[in-house]
Write a protein that binds this ligand. Structure first.
Ligand code: ATP
Ligand code: PAF
Ligand code: BAL
Length: 293
């Protein structure tokens, strides 16, 4: 495994590796962008990339542009040594590990912005977040030029936003959405879980429980108003005294619009998405429901 910090060296190394690939049904280059502090969720993306591609590139970069001034950039967890060990074990070929100065050598003058779907959910709570994400993902895709890029559905809005950007800007890459990996007790894996106290960790189980409740609720209601489903999910979360709800929303996916009343037999895909703070730690989770089929 090669660990590369500069854009120029990454480009020449990839060019050399690509010229050595023989005929194959796999994609030449699969790419997994991350902010590091790797867990099984990240490893599942690497596994998907490994299975689909000849060369697997992993990036580890905590992107300052996607954090607001009062957010947790400074305390975002980092452990590069451990990340590199896990990446090697998972079969990564190249780790791109740039410093901030390599990605942003001077003041940022060009940004990429997707409108509409970025103004709801996390975009409403984190106003600068998605411009930071699309700008850095556009840069990373330009640098790595992968055939496929793998993103987790834990960040389902991010998948929708990046897919929209790739479509609108005619970027030549397949965005592959991968399922959410959970701890055995249901908590969605996240680098930020490390910040939870014992009580917060225990009470955070209401998140996955509320989404399971949503799945059961729609099995019992063939026709319903999204607001009633939202109320049912909120009620479960409110059982946890430490849960401070940022949002609970039921929207169409991937359009992220308010749904009409859901009618039995009418196909619709909904996302139940939530962001909840436990102490200083903000967690997100979601489930996507395919109804009426
Ligand atoms: N539990 C998970 N299952 C599947 N994919 C995941 C999971 N957690 C993160 N990912 C994906 O890994 C990629 C990198 O995410 P990131 O490095 O921000 O990790 P993270 O655990 O989501 O961190 P945090 O939520 O604390 O920001 C993203 O595409 C994200 O959706
Ligand atoms: C896609 C990403 C690596 C961009 O910084 C980040 O938003 C993440 O880890 O999900
Ligand atoms: N996976 C989302 C990265 C962030 O919270 O900034």
């Amino acid at each position: 495994m090669e660990v590369i910090q500069s854009v120029a060296l990454l480009r020449s190394t990839l060019q050399q590796k690509k010229s050595g690939i023989g005929a194959s049904l796999k994609a030449p280059v699969g790419f997994v962008p991350t902010m590091g502090y790797l867990h099984e969720g990240h490893l599942s993306l690497i596994k998907a990339a490994r299975e689909a591609s000849e060369i697997v590139v992993l990036s580890i970069f905590v992107n300052p542009l996607q954090f607001g001034p009062t957010e947790d950039l400074d305390r975002y967890p980092r452990d590069t040594e451990r990340d590199l060990k896990l990446a090697e074990e998972a079969g990564v070929d190249i780790v791109f590990l740039p410093q901030v100065e390599e990605m942003y050598p001077g003041p940022v003058k060009t940004t990429v912005s997707v409108s509409g779907i970025t103004s709801v959910l996390c975009g409403a709570s984190r106003p600068v977040h998605f411009d930071g994400v699309t700008t850095v993902v556009a840069k990373l895709l330009n640098i790595v030029q992968p055939d496929k890029a793998f993103f987790g559905l834990k960040d389902a809005q991010q998948v929708a936003v990046v897919s929209q950007m790739v479509q609108d800007l005619n970027m030549n890459v397949d965005i592959v959405a991968c399922p959410i990996l959970r701890e055995e007790d249901g908590l969605a894996m996240s680098s930020r879980n490390v910040f939870l106290s014992k009580d917060e960790r225990e009470q955070a189980l209401v998140l996955s429980r509320s989404l399971k409740a949503a799945e059961a609720w729609v099995r019992e209601h063939a026709s319903f108003r999204a607001e009633d489903l939202r109320g049912a999910v909120k009620a479960v979360i409110e059982e946890a005294p430490l849960a401070d709800i940022d949002y609970v929303e039921v929207l169409t996916y991937p359009q992220l619009e308010q749904p009409e009343a859901v009618e039995a037999g009418v196909p619709v895909r909904l996302i139940v998405a939530l962001a909840v703070k436990f102490g200083a730690t903000r967690l997100i989770d979601n489930t996507i429901l395919t109804l009426g089929k």
